[in-house]
Every structure is written in C-alpha cells, then in structure tokens.
Design a protein around this ligand. Sequence first.
Ligand SMILES: [Zn+2]
Length: 470
Amino acid sequence: MRFNRRGVAMLATLVSVLACSPADEPTPTAAGQSAVDRRAGAPGIGDPDFPRDGNGGYDVSHYDLAVDYTPATKRLDGVTTIRASATQELSSFNLDLTGLDVREVAVDNAPATFTRQSDELTVRPARAIADGAPFTVRVAYSGLPRPASDNANLGTYGFIPTPDGAFVASEPNGSKTWFPNNDHPADKATFDFAITVPAGVTALANGEPAGQPTTSGGRTTYRWRERHPMATYLATATVGKFDLRRGSTAAGIPNLAAADPKFKSSLDSLYTLSGQITDHWATVFGPYPFSSTGGVVDDYSAGYALENQTKPLYGGFQPDETIIAHELAHQWFGNSLTIRRWKDLWLNEGFATYAEWLWAEHKGRKTAEATFKELLNRPATDPMWAYPPGRAKPDDLFNQSVYTRGGMTLHALRRAVGDPTFFTLLKAWAAEHRYGHVTTEQFVALAERLSGKDLDALFDAWLHQPRKPA
Ligand SMILES: [Zn+2]
C-alpha cells in the first residue's frame, strides 16, 4: 500500500480505525465457547496485535468465490466455497465476515448450524472434523457490503461501492467485508472467482481469465483464477466501466492495464510503465513470481494504491512511475513473500519504498545514497526517529517510519555489506521464500549468512530503537 501525496492526511484517520478493532471486544480466550469446548477453533489466528483477525484450527488451501453484484442497488449475492484442512479436532470453527446476511452453511455438503457475533461467523458442523482432515465449507450470503471505515472521508477500505461498480482494496483486514474467510496474511490460498455483473460492466479479479466472459439474461460472468498462494487482503473483485489494454512486457510477461473512462489518458502510460518496471524488477529481485502484471486505475478517490496480487489498484489518480515502482515491488515483497505477523510490515513497505529509490537511481535521476543522506539530515526530533519501524504498531500500522526508515534500513545494510552482497541478498531473499511467509529474524539471519558479518547492532539501531541511529 502507498498513500498518494494528496492523500497523506488520511494516514491519521485510517490509523484510528485500526486502533479500535482489538480493544472493544472481549479477548478471545475470555469469551464463550472456546473456554467450554477445547475442540472449538480459536476466533483469532494468533497475531497478538490483531487478536480477532483470522481464525485458528484450520488452514485454507483454496477459495472459490461466486459473487453476483448489481451496482445500481449495491446488492451482493455470494457463495463462497472454501477448501481447508483441520489442524486440530474441530467441533466448531470460525470464519471472518462483516455484516451481510448468511443464508446457509454446509460442511462437506451437509448442513451446518452457525452463529454470528461481531465479525465472527461460527460454524458448527453436524459432526466434528478430525485433526488433519480435509474439509469444505460453503457459505451462501447476501446483502449490502459495508466497507471498513472511520466515518471520515478517506480512511475507507474493503469492498467500496462506487457509482459504476466497486473498488476493492482490503489491506489490512477488509476482505471480510465481501466474503467469509480466514482474514489474516498468515493463511494464504489460491483463488477462483466467478463475478456476475450487468452486461456492459467489467469485473477484474486477480490472476488470469479462466475462459471468456459469458452473458445470459443481461448479466455477464467473468471468471478469474489466481493459481499462486495469495493473502486475503490482496484479493479483489473490482467492478465498473473500464477501458482495457492487453499485451505482454518486452520480457514476455502478460500485461493487463485497466482504467476507468475518466482516466482513459492514463491507460497507455500505466500499461507501458507497468511492463517496463516489472521487467526491470525481475533483473533486480529475480524472476517475476506471478502469471501476469499490470494495474487498474479506478475513479474512486481512495487517496492510496494497493498492491492487489497481479493487479495493483490505484484509487482515483493517475499513477506516476514512483508509485507504480512501489506497487510492483510488492509483488515480490508482500505478495510472494508474505509477513506472518503485521508487526513485520517493514518487510513489505520498507522494501517497496526502497524500490522507489532504486527506480530513481536506475533512471539516473537520484541515487539511493542521495535520498538516504537527505533523510538522515532530518533532526533527531523528527517523529520518524521515535517510531522503530521493525515493530509496526497495531494502532499506527502504516506510520511513515515503517516506509521511510524501513527503506533507510535497507540502504544502511547496503552500505555495510557492499553492493554485490546486497543485491545478491535481495534475490536470495525473494528466491528462498517464494510464495511463503517471512519474518524479520529470517531476513537478518540471511543477511548475516551472505555477508559473513554480525549485523545485530545495525538492525537493532535501525529497526528497534526509538531514536535516530548514530
Ligand atoms: Zn506499499
């Protein structure tokens, strides 16, 4: 994610939304049935900063999403089928879902009972699921999706209805606003989408088209398939009027750019830059991890862009090279390599910010060293120095320090180990954890292994101390 310059003011408002999620609920261990029945799956996946995000007791391998959406009424009818396997015996388990009416739940095709409490949907199968057993759960639901919002005019995410469709950008925990799921990046899965909209409207989801759109009775169904593992916050079903440009990059990666007619003039530059930048990053970070690249510009003034897998989404502005470089770097750092806990967010945002500086360096405009020195000139009283980026705070997750000081951490590392080792490290990091999960400790360990240096003091000063590094 990156805030557009004009949207910087939303930082504070978004942060206030995040702040209230864990606090005003009883803690998972204190509540209800988990204390009574030890076979009940936990209502949180175990991220202490976001205790109700995700769920325990199972791993999802695949989501099959059927979504029927009508922009004029803003009504969504959905059927989500989830393939998962139990990691404990389960007498019940939870899914995350905000609002919307659940009509029917079935586990392994047998009707299951369910209850709702806040954003938790608790499913009780007719028979307990054995530890290790695969199972499917199908949820039929409908209603008017309500995005996560702070009631201010900018800090909105999740499924956001627009006049011609919907803008869908869900970081960090907004995918529960449009389909039931295990809403935490620690559980990645593959996805199939079948999105049905009025004929003449386009639906864009992650990955590749699975066949041609089909139209009947005045409604068109678009099928998309993301065959690489994906965090739930990166899933999209962006709907509206779009002009499209398809082709491939110079290196042969399929490339799809889409722009709302209001941003038609952005279409060619989005397509061209996305292709050039994807190809360049493949030379710096290693092979592109996914089956296509590109981007989507929608006419919704989100004030930010989000790195939706294979289809970064730009909210209501013409993206420039810098922000495209940022969102496409996330395809490696954030999307292919995914954080297990939100506190490690600098592994996404510090890397994507550093990629902006590398792009400027590549284009001969400004070296990363010059950017680093300029930032290092900020006085010791600058708020960036008080916020250690190696521990993103749940009530201030997207703090500027996570981005800027996170990027500076990488440059300080580059200075310490030298260019050959640093760039070998970037590629090795992306290769060793391709499609997996990562932690800061793993990155530090790899940097030490490849450089042969003890880097504890460097990382401690840059990531963990609430003061300007000496
Ligand atoms: Zn970002």
